[in-house]
Design a protein around this ligand. Structure first.
Ligand code: TXD
Length: 324
């Protein structure tokens, strides 16, 4: 059986790590595309030359032409500008919308049967645009943000409680922006609610428990910005790449994982016609199911605020892209 073909559009920080992870896990042959001449060829050659040491059998190729992504099974898009310190993700809208327009047209032409995972920011608007331009079925076009935001939330919980992060389950829903909604109530460590464990740790002092939980939620919401500030140039790239690879694996290995994914909603959670982060089942068909959780009044309110912010962003994008 032929190896799968994975195209990475954008050969920058995340694109490079994605290429290496695809190779290390032997997920398929990799094409790394960028508009910068030679750079993707340099990165893929560098990774390929580690194949003897790491022991992987996949081909890696750099590309400056869309024709090279022909027949890809999966396309991951990171093309666009990252944030600089002090910028919000939404500040990237105008530039990245124009880039996404070109990228989506290239994917539509050369990889019409691919699953597409968008990473570029502002995420919810970019993936909405990508699906509209490609016209692909929405179960094949999705955005990565929730896996990363949830991984960050899980890390903070593990560090606070002094337990292995492998036992932590926590989900972040909504848009990938300042309004994202970490779902505190369902966060647990191997089934034990985080609230219960915090209550034990702080000997029933519920004020302290709420304070610690709120601090973890706020750190999660600002986690991308925390890294941007420390790096001084560019944004997080290791954890975003790993998170997208988890989604690729779920699809290629038909794992039926239940993950928070940026998906096109058609009435679920009261949203219609744009993308937002919700729990889905991810398998060989792509988004096989969208799960509607029973949220309480507070969670519903916060999710609505987040969805409204995404809707506004999509509206702003439409204005930017409208012919003058
Ligand atoms: O959770 C998430 N979704 C994210 C998203 C987490 C972290 C970062 N996130 C966003 O991913 C970030 O805000 C950016 O919008 C993207 C890519 O981040 P990365 O750190 O990889 O940015 P780089 O290193 O600047 O790489 C972008 C590449 C760069 O090599 C450009 O030359 C290329 O995109 N680029 C293009 N490629 C193809 N086609 C066009 N038109 C193009 N324009 C620029």
């Amino acid at each position: 059986m032929a190896r799968k073909k994975i195209a990475l559009i954008g050969g920058g920080q995340i694109g490079g790590v994605l290429a290496q992870l695809c190779a290390l896990r032997e997920l398929g042959d990799v094409v790394l595309f960028d508009i910068v001449q030679n750079m993707p060829m340099g990165k893929t050659l560098d990774i390929a030359e580690a194949s003897r040491v790491d022991g992987f059998d996949v081909e890696l190729k750099g590309a400056n032409e869309y024709a090279d992504i022909k027949g890809s099974d999966v396309v991951i898009v990171t093309a666009g500008l990252p944030r600089k310190p002090g910028m919000s993700r939404d500040d990237l809208l105008a530039t990245n919308a124009k880039i996404m327009t070109q990228v989506a047209e290239g994917i539509k032409q050369y990889a019409p049967n691919a699953f597409v995972i968008v990473i570029s920011n502002p995420l919810d608007a970019m993936v909405t645009l990508c699906q509209r331009i490609t016209g692909f079925p929405s179960k094949r076009v999705m955005g990565m943000a929730g896996v990363l935001d949830s991984a960050r939330f899980s890390s903070f919980i593990a560090w606070e409680l002094g337990v292995s992060v492998k036992d932590v389950n926590a989900m972040v829903l909504g848009g990938h922006g300042d309004t994202m909604v970490p779902i505190k109530r369902f966060a647990n460590v191997n089934g034990i609610p985080v609230y219960e464990l915090l209550k034990k740790k702080y000997k029933g002092d519920m004020t302290k428990v709420e304070e610690v939980m709120t601090a973890m939620v706020e750190r999660t919401k600002g986690a991308g910005g925390e890294v941007v500030k420390l790096l001084g140039n560019g944004s997080a790239f290791y954890s975003p790449a790993s998170s997208a690879i988890a989604m690729v694996e779920a699809i290629l290995r038909d794992q039926k994982r239940l993950l928070p994914v940026c998906a096109l909603l058609n009435g679920e959670y009261g949203v219609k016609g744009f993308y937002v982060g919700v729990p889905v089942v991810l398998g060989a068909e792509g988004i096989e199911q969208i799960i509607e959780m029973d949220l309480d009044a507070e969670e519903t309110k916060l999710l609505k605020i987040s969805c409204d912010a995404v809707e506004e962003l999509v509206g702003a994008m439409d204005k930017v892209l409208a012919p003058a």
